[in-house]
Design a binder for this molecule. Structure first.
Ligand code: ZN
Length: 215
């Protein structure tokens, strides 16, 4: 399994020979990084097997990319039906023995009232939960989120002791943190908060833009 960060809060996941783009092309919301143009071009030149978006916020979703993907491949796009500019499905999809299941979830904070949001469970030889901006509290007592091989989450799962406790209670084998600004652009202190909370914990890895890890 290979995981490459291609967007602020998104990755290109390769599992069992199937490539899945999860919130993997985004627009810019400072201080968070945008998908680099060369990365976006590469993802247009060679489309992944599946494309999924959790919600319509700019720092997670690029409607232009979604429209191109559907126009050129007639491929399945998973996400809430409310995503603008594409035809998304909330039904589970299976490709090459890998199943991606959208799970309706609530966006963190006040946006939970207004923004349609789904998370994604990816099951093949490993189980991966991609939360998007779903609230960490929403996973308590949800067996789908328990004991996954990889939990892909935004900073809000690791920037306070309470949030990190909730994350650890899910008992994942590995936690990969997304939705982090570059250290030099971090004028809101996220790196410090995360490092003070969970920096010593071997469970946590922070994935930089365009960095890949193999698990
Ligand atoms: Zn959001």
């Amino acid at each position: 399994m290979e995981i490459r960060r291609t967007a602020n809060a998104g990755v290109l996941l390769k599992l069992d020979g199937v490539s899945i783009l999860l919130d993997g092309v985004c627009r810019e919301v400072k201080p968070y990084p945008v998908t680099p143009p060369q990365e976006r071009d590469a993802l247009l030149a060679s489309f992944p097997d599946l494309v999924a978006f959790t919600h319509a916020h700019k720092d997670h979703y690029d409607p232009g990319y979604a429209a191109q993907y559907q126009k050129q491949t007639a491929g399945v796009l998973l996400g809430p039906k409310e995503l603008p500019g594409c035809q998304a499905t909330t039904e589970p999809v299976c490709v090459g023995g890998v199943t991606v299941t959208p799970i309706p979830s609530r966006h963190i904070g006040g946006a939970g009232k207004t923004v349609a949001h789904v998370s994604f469970l990816i099951e093949g030889s490993k189980r991966i939960l991609f939360t998007g901006d779903a609230s960490p509290r929403g996973w308590r007592r949800d067996p789908r989120a328990s004991h996954v091989d990889v939990l892909l989450v935004p900073y809000a799962y690791a920037n306070t002791p309470a949030a990190w406790n909730l994350t650890k209670q899910l008992d994942p084998k590995s936690v990969i943190l997304l939705h982090m600004p570059a250290r030099e652009d971090d004028d809101i202190g996220l790196w410090q908060a995360v490092e003070e909370t969970a920096g010593e914990d071997s469970l946590l890895q922070i994935l930089s833009m365009e960095q890949s890890i193999v698990l």
